[in-house]
Write a protein that binds this ligand. Structure first.
Ligand SMILES: Nc1ncnc2c1ncn2[C@@H]1O[C@H](COP(=O)(O)OP(=O)(O)OP(=O)(O)O)[C@@H](O)[C@H]1O
Length: 242
Protein backbone atom coordinates (compact mmCIF):
# COMPACT_ATOMS: atom_id res chain seq x y z
CA UNK A 1 0.00 0.00 0.00
CA UNK A 2 1.04 3.62 -0.35
CA UNK A 3 1.50 5.02 3.16
CA UNK A 4 1.05 8.60 1.92
CA UNK A 5 -2.57 7.99 0.96
CA UNK A 6 -5.43 9.06 3.19
CA UNK A 7 -7.59 6.10 4.21
CA UNK A 8 -10.98 5.95 2.51
CA UNK A 9 -12.26 3.70 5.31
CA UNK A 10 -11.34 3.77 8.98
CA UNK A 11 -12.90 1.33 11.39
CA UNK A 12 -12.23 1.96 15.09
CA UNK A 13 -13.01 -0.26 18.05
CA UNK A 14 -15.96 -1.80 16.26
CA UNK A 15 -18.27 -3.91 18.41
CA UNK A 16 -21.14 -6.09 17.19
CA UNK A 17 -23.05 -8.28 19.60
CA UNK A 18 -25.61 -10.98 18.95
CA UNK A 19 -27.31 -11.43 22.30
CA UNK A 20 -24.42 -11.66 24.74
CA UNK A 21 -21.98 -12.90 22.11
CA UNK A 22 -19.37 -10.47 20.75
CA UNK A 23 -18.98 -11.23 17.03
CA UNK A 24 -16.81 -8.10 16.76
CA UNK A 25 -14.95 -7.12 19.88
CA UNK A 26 -13.04 -3.88 19.30
CA UNK A 27 -11.92 -4.27 15.68
CA UNK A 28 -9.85 -1.44 14.19
CA UNK A 29 -8.28 -1.14 10.73
CA UNK A 30 -8.13 1.12 7.70
CA UNK A 31 -7.99 0.82 3.92
CA UNK A 32 -6.55 3.30 1.43
CA UNK A 33 -7.74 3.90 -2.15
CA UNK A 34 -6.30 1.35 -4.57
CA UNK A 35 -5.45 -1.10 -1.80
CA UNK A 36 -6.60 -4.72 -1.63
CA UNK A 37 -6.92 -5.70 2.03
CA UNK A 38 -7.57 -9.31 3.02
CA UNK A 39 -9.66 -10.18 6.07
CA UNK A 40 -8.77 -13.69 7.13
CA UNK A 41 -9.37 -15.83 10.17
CA UNK A 42 -10.98 -19.08 11.24
CA UNK A 43 -14.69 -19.81 10.86
CA UNK A 44 -16.77 -17.58 13.09
CA UNK A 45 -13.99 -15.03 13.70
CA UNK A 46 -16.17 -12.13 12.54
CA UNK A 47 -15.11 -11.54 8.93
CA UNK A 48 -18.58 -11.50 7.40
CA UNK A 49 -19.94 -9.57 10.36
CA UNK A 50 -17.31 -6.88 9.70
CA UNK A 51 -18.46 -6.65 6.08
CA UNK A 52 -22.10 -6.62 7.16
CA UNK A 53 -21.48 -3.70 9.52
CA UNK A 54 -19.32 -1.71 7.06
CA UNK A 55 -21.90 -2.18 4.28
CA UNK A 56 -24.76 -1.07 6.54
CA UNK A 57 -26.56 -4.39 6.84
CA UNK A 58 -26.06 -4.27 10.62
CA UNK A 59 -25.67 -1.27 12.89
CA UNK A 60 -22.61 -1.50 15.14
CA UNK A 61 -23.09 -1.73 18.93
CA UNK A 62 -19.95 0.29 19.52
CA UNK A 63 -17.05 1.93 17.76
CA UNK A 64 -16.92 3.93 14.58
CA UNK A 65 -16.96 3.47 10.84
CA UNK A 66 -15.69 6.49 8.91
CA UNK A 67 -15.96 6.43 5.13
CA UNK A 68 -14.44 9.21 3.07
CA UNK A 69 -14.16 11.43 6.13
CA UNK A 70 -17.79 11.04 7.26
CA UNK A 71 -19.42 8.74 9.78
CA UNK A 72 -20.94 5.65 8.17
CA UNK A 73 -21.72 3.39 11.16
CA UNK A 74 -25.39 2.47 11.31
CA UNK A 75 -26.17 4.18 7.98
CA UNK A 76 -28.54 2.08 5.84
CA UNK A 77 -27.07 0.03 3.00
CA UNK A 78 -28.90 1.89 0.23
CA UNK A 79 -27.51 5.20 1.46
CA UNK A 80 -24.00 3.76 1.64
CA UNK A 81 -24.33 2.47 -1.93
CA UNK A 82 -24.94 6.05 -3.02
CA UNK A 83 -21.98 7.23 -0.95
CA UNK A 84 -19.72 4.69 -2.64
CA UNK A 85 -19.71 1.42 -0.66
CA UNK A 86 -20.98 -1.80 -2.22
CA UNK A 87 -20.42 -5.49 -1.67
CA UNK A 88 -20.95 -9.03 -2.87
CA UNK A 89 -22.55 -11.81 -0.83
CA UNK A 90 -21.29 -15.26 0.15
CA UNK A 91 -24.55 -16.54 -1.33
CA UNK A 92 -25.56 -14.20 -4.15
CA UNK A 93 -29.19 -13.12 -4.29
CA UNK A 94 -29.93 -11.95 -7.85
CA UNK A 95 -33.49 -11.41 -9.11
CA UNK A 96 -33.81 -15.01 -10.31
CA UNK A 97 -36.59 -14.47 -12.84
CA UNK A 98 -34.87 -11.46 -14.46
CA UNK A 99 -32.21 -11.97 -17.09
CA UNK A 100 -28.56 -11.27 -16.36
CA UNK A 101 -28.79 -8.09 -18.43
CA UNK A 102 -31.92 -6.96 -16.54
CA UNK A 103 -30.26 -7.63 -13.18
CA UNK A 104 -27.38 -5.36 -14.18
CA UNK A 105 -29.83 -2.76 -15.52
CA UNK A 106 -31.60 -2.67 -12.15
CA UNK A 107 -28.27 -2.15 -10.35
CA UNK A 108 -27.25 0.62 -12.75
CA UNK A 109 -30.57 2.40 -12.23
CA UNK A 110 -30.37 1.90 -8.46
CA UNK A 111 -26.85 3.26 -8.26
CA UNK A 112 -27.46 6.13 -10.67
CA UNK A 113 -23.72 6.76 -10.59
CA UNK A 114 -22.14 9.01 -13.18
CA UNK A 115 -19.30 7.29 -15.00
CA UNK A 116 -20.65 3.82 -14.16
CA UNK A 117 -19.48 1.04 -16.49
CA UNK A 118 -21.86 0.08 -19.31
CA UNK A 119 -23.80 -3.19 -19.37
CA UNK A 120 -21.77 -4.29 -22.40
CA UNK A 121 -18.48 -3.69 -20.56
CA UNK A 122 -19.63 -5.53 -17.45
CA UNK A 123 -20.93 -8.49 -19.45
CA UNK A 124 -17.65 -8.68 -21.36
CA UNK A 125 -15.31 -8.14 -18.41
CA UNK A 126 -16.97 -10.75 -16.22
CA UNK A 127 -17.67 -13.39 -18.89
CA UNK A 128 -21.44 -13.07 -18.82
CA UNK A 129 -22.02 -12.15 -22.49
CA UNK A 130 -23.11 -15.64 -23.49
CA UNK A 131 -25.72 -15.77 -20.75
CA UNK A 132 -26.83 -12.11 -20.91
CA UNK A 133 -30.38 -12.94 -21.94
CA UNK A 134 -30.87 -15.95 -19.71
CA UNK A 135 -32.69 -15.73 -16.38
CA UNK A 136 -30.31 -15.47 -13.44
CA UNK A 137 -31.85 -18.71 -12.11
CA UNK A 138 -30.12 -20.58 -15.00
CA UNK A 139 -26.60 -19.54 -14.01
CA UNK A 140 -24.10 -21.83 -12.36
CA UNK A 141 -22.65 -20.75 -9.04
CA UNK A 142 -19.51 -19.16 -10.53
CA UNK A 143 -21.64 -17.14 -12.95
CA UNK A 144 -23.97 -16.11 -10.10
CA UNK A 145 -20.93 -14.78 -8.24
CA UNK A 146 -19.82 -12.83 -11.30
CA UNK A 147 -23.32 -11.41 -11.73
CA UNK A 148 -23.29 -10.37 -8.07
CA UNK A 149 -19.97 -8.63 -8.67
CA UNK A 150 -21.19 -6.81 -11.79
CA UNK A 151 -24.25 -5.61 -9.86
CA UNK A 152 -21.99 -4.14 -7.19
CA UNK A 153 -19.69 -2.58 -9.81
CA UNK A 154 -22.66 -1.07 -11.66
CA UNK A 155 -23.08 1.30 -8.71
CA UNK A 156 -19.46 2.45 -9.15
CA UNK A 157 -18.23 1.84 -5.61
CA UNK A 158 -15.07 3.45 -4.26
CA UNK A 159 -14.99 0.75 -1.59
CA UNK A 160 -15.85 -2.78 -2.70
CA UNK A 161 -16.34 -5.58 -0.16
CA UNK A 162 -15.97 -9.12 -1.53
CA UNK A 163 -17.30 -11.91 0.69
CA UNK A 164 -15.88 -15.24 -0.46
CA UNK A 165 -16.10 -14.40 -4.13
CA UNK A 166 -13.50 -17.04 -4.98
CA UNK A 167 -15.10 -20.00 -3.19
CA UNK A 168 -16.06 -22.66 -5.70
CA UNK A 169 -14.07 -21.23 -8.63
CA UNK A 170 -11.61 -23.52 -10.44
CA UNK A 171 -7.86 -22.65 -10.62
CA UNK A 172 -8.12 -21.04 -14.07
CA UNK A 173 -11.12 -18.96 -12.96
CA UNK A 174 -9.25 -17.95 -9.80
CA UNK A 175 -6.29 -16.65 -11.81
CA UNK A 176 -8.57 -14.77 -14.11
CA UNK A 177 -10.68 -13.16 -11.35
CA UNK A 178 -7.50 -12.26 -9.43
CA UNK A 179 -6.45 -10.26 -12.48
CA UNK A 180 -9.83 -8.55 -12.68
CA UNK A 181 -9.76 -7.60 -8.99
CA UNK A 182 -6.24 -6.17 -9.32
CA UNK A 183 -7.36 -4.19 -12.36
CA UNK A 184 -10.21 -2.70 -10.31
CA UNK A 185 -7.80 -1.71 -7.53
CA UNK A 186 -5.50 -0.13 -10.13
CA UNK A 187 -8.33 2.31 -10.92
CA UNK A 188 -8.16 3.53 -7.30
CA UNK A 189 -10.96 1.38 -5.88
CA UNK A 190 -10.33 0.19 -2.32
CA UNK A 191 -11.17 -3.50 -1.97
CA UNK A 192 -11.66 -5.67 1.11
CA UNK A 193 -11.55 -9.38 0.45
CA UNK A 194 -12.86 -12.02 2.85
CA UNK A 195 -11.57 -15.36 1.72
CA UNK A 196 -10.50 -18.77 3.02
CA UNK A 197 -8.30 -19.59 0.00
CA UNK A 198 -4.86 -18.49 1.15
CA UNK A 199 -3.22 -18.87 -2.26
CA UNK A 200 -5.77 -16.49 -3.70
CA UNK A 201 -5.32 -14.05 -0.79
CA UNK A 202 -1.56 -14.16 -1.29
CA UNK A 203 -1.96 -13.48 -5.00
CA UNK A 204 -4.11 -10.39 -4.69
CA UNK A 205 -3.69 -8.66 -1.33
CA UNK A 206 -1.28 -5.93 -0.31
CA UNK A 207 -1.92 -6.56 3.38
CA UNK A 208 -4.05 -8.79 5.59
CA UNK A 209 -5.79 -8.42 8.92
CA UNK A 210 -6.06 -11.72 10.78
CA UNK A 211 -9.14 -11.94 13.00
CA UNK A 212 -9.81 -14.22 15.90
CA UNK A 213 -12.93 -13.99 18.06
CA UNK A 214 -13.84 -10.56 16.64
CA UNK A 215 -10.41 -9.01 17.23
CA UNK A 216 -7.37 -8.31 15.12
CA UNK A 217 -4.47 -10.56 16.06
CA UNK A 218 -2.17 -9.64 13.17
CA UNK A 219 -1.77 -6.96 10.53
CA UNK A 220 0.79 -7.15 7.72
CA UNK A 221 1.58 -9.25 4.67
CA UNK A 222 0.26 -12.79 4.43
CA UNK A 223 3.82 -14.06 4.02
CA UNK A 224 4.64 -12.64 7.46
CA UNK A 225 1.31 -13.71 8.99
CA UNK A 226 1.88 -17.37 8.26
CA UNK A 227 5.10 -17.31 10.32
CA UNK A 228 3.43 -15.76 13.39
CA UNK A 229 2.89 -18.33 16.17
CA UNK A 230 -0.39 -16.75 17.26
CA UNK A 231 -1.76 -16.86 13.70
CA UNK A 232 -0.65 -20.47 13.24
CA UNK A 233 -2.29 -21.36 16.54
CA UNK A 234 -5.74 -19.96 15.64
CA UNK A 235 -5.72 -21.68 12.25
CA UNK A 236 -4.52 -25.02 13.54
CA UNK A 237 -6.45 -24.98 16.82
CA UNK A 238 -5.23 -24.26 20.31
CA UNK A 239 -6.17 -22.24 23.31
CA UNK A 240 -6.92 -19.11 21.17
CA UNK A 241 -8.99 -20.94 18.58
CA UNK A 242 -12.77 -20.62 18.64
N1 LIG B 1 -27.19 -12.68 12.54
C1 LIG B 1 -26.51 -13.35 13.48
N2 LIG B 1 -27.11 -13.76 14.60
C2 LIG B 1 -26.44 -14.44 15.57
N3 LIG B 1 -25.13 -14.76 15.49
C3 LIG B 1 -24.48 -14.38 14.37
C4 LIG B 1 -25.13 -13.67 13.32
N4 LIG B 1 -24.20 -13.41 12.35
C5 LIG B 1 -23.05 -13.96 12.79
N5 LIG B 1 -23.22 -14.52 14.01
C6 LIG B 1 -22.18 -15.19 14.80
O1 LIG B 1 -21.08 -14.33 14.88
C7 LIG B 1 -19.86 -15.07 14.76
C8 LIG B 1 -19.06 -14.49 13.62
O2 LIG B 1 -19.70 -14.84 12.40
P1 LIG B 1 -19.15 -14.41 10.99
O3 LIG B 1 -20.11 -14.92 9.96
O4 LIG B 1 -18.85 -12.97 10.99
O5 LIG B 1 -17.79 -15.21 10.94
P2 LIG B 1 -16.83 -15.45 9.71
O6 LIG B 1 -15.47 -15.16 10.19
O7 LIG B 1 -17.30 -14.72 8.51
O8 LIG B 1 -16.99 -17.01 9.50
P3 LIG B 1 -16.96 -17.90 8.17
O9 LIG B 1 -15.54 -17.92 7.74
O10 LIG B 1 -17.44 -19.23 8.65
O11 LIG B 1 -17.88 -17.27 7.16
C9 LIG B 1 -20.25 -16.52 14.56
O12 LIG B 1 -20.16 -17.17 15.81
C10 LIG B 1 -21.67 -16.45 14.09
O13 LIG B 1 -22.40 -17.59 14.49
Amino acid sequence: MSPEKTPILEVSKLVKRFGGFHALDGLSFHVVPGEILGLVGPNGSGKTTAINVISGLYAPDGGEVVFDGASAGGVASHKLVHRGINRTFQVPKPFLSLTVRENIQVALAYGGATGAPSIAELLEDFRLKEVADRPAADLNSAQQKMLDLTRALATRPRLLLLDELAAGLNPAELDWIAGRIKALAATGMAIIVVEHLMGFIEQITDRVIVLNAGREIFEGTLATAVREPQVIEVFLGGEHAH
